[in-house]
Write a protein that binds this ligand. Sequence first.
Ligand SMILES: *Cc1c(COP(=O)(O)O)cnc(C)c1O
Length: 350
Amino acid sequence: MIPHSRLHITPEDEEAVARVIRSGMLAQGAMVAEFEKAVAAYLGVRGGVAVNSGTAALHLALLALKVGAGDEVILPSYVCVAPLNAIHYTGARPVLAEADPATGNIDPESVRAKVTSKTKAVIVPHLFGQPARITELQNLGVPVIEDLAQSIGARCHGRMAGGFGVMAICSFYATKVFTTGEGGMVLTDRDDLLDVARDMRDYDEKARYQTRYNYKMTEFQAALGLSQLQRLEAAIRERKRLAAFYNQALADLPCRRPTGIPGCDPIYYRYILRLDQDPDNFLTAMEKRQVACRRPIYKPIHQLLQCGDFQITDRLWEESVSIPLYPGLTDQELNHIIIGIQTVLDDNHG
Ligand SMILES: *Cc1c(COP(=O)(O)O)cnc(C)c1O
């Protein structure tokens, strides 16, 4: 079976983790601080606060922006439930927005229509490695939290995604662009927001009590992250090469291939095909051919919560499948996947 995601761990990664474990210093320390500096430098922002998940990073980002009960936070319906959970943790009310059909990302016009006097932030995931319409979203006058969980390294208008919003978050979960097993980071140019995030992630030895969290990352996770970060640009180049290969090989088939927005440089964390047939048939047929494909979003939030009318999101969900794309995919596997897709789409068509 060709998996939908695959880890890419080198002997250098293993050695970096082993060194930390041998050192006897396992909990948050110098390695975590170094990882924070390295990710912030990569993204061109002032600083980062490493945590144990992307969800925790979203939670701390919202707390740093003083989001709480009585506030509203806008998020897309077409995303996993992690941002929804983070909003719920704060007691704020989530407000769903519609998708941009070009990329599946949150639509600035829909956000504009949902802004009220209670809106404290908008969470903008750059899904599948494709940048959202970030400059339009920035101009709405609401603090933007960029969710880079699927798009670290993507660029918009020549600048790194993550440097546009007031804050950004990353996830380093096992199947993300690069990994620490579980992990995440809050990033921002503002020292006051970094201070809040740093304070809230750790409960011990605080002069004044308030409810805080244990969101700390371990030293060996940070070591793995640092080691993987060094290969990130090479990994992104490989992702782009594979995407170009798919673009060419799948050009004449009855499906639509990923389209970005003008001025943006995607990293192809996922390669999404839009089909004019039921994705379930496609997924089953591909599985029979030993290729694991997936719906890129398990279910839109408005469907899970059974609220609202989001027709573009429904349509995206009804059409979209994600096919394997990651560094380490061999030419043989690539050919097998392409022949599989050609056969399945042609069969179902004829
Ligand atoms: C994975 C993901 C998250 C959550 O990250 P975890 O590390 O799994 O908590 C948040 N937003 C998006 C867009 C994601 O893909």
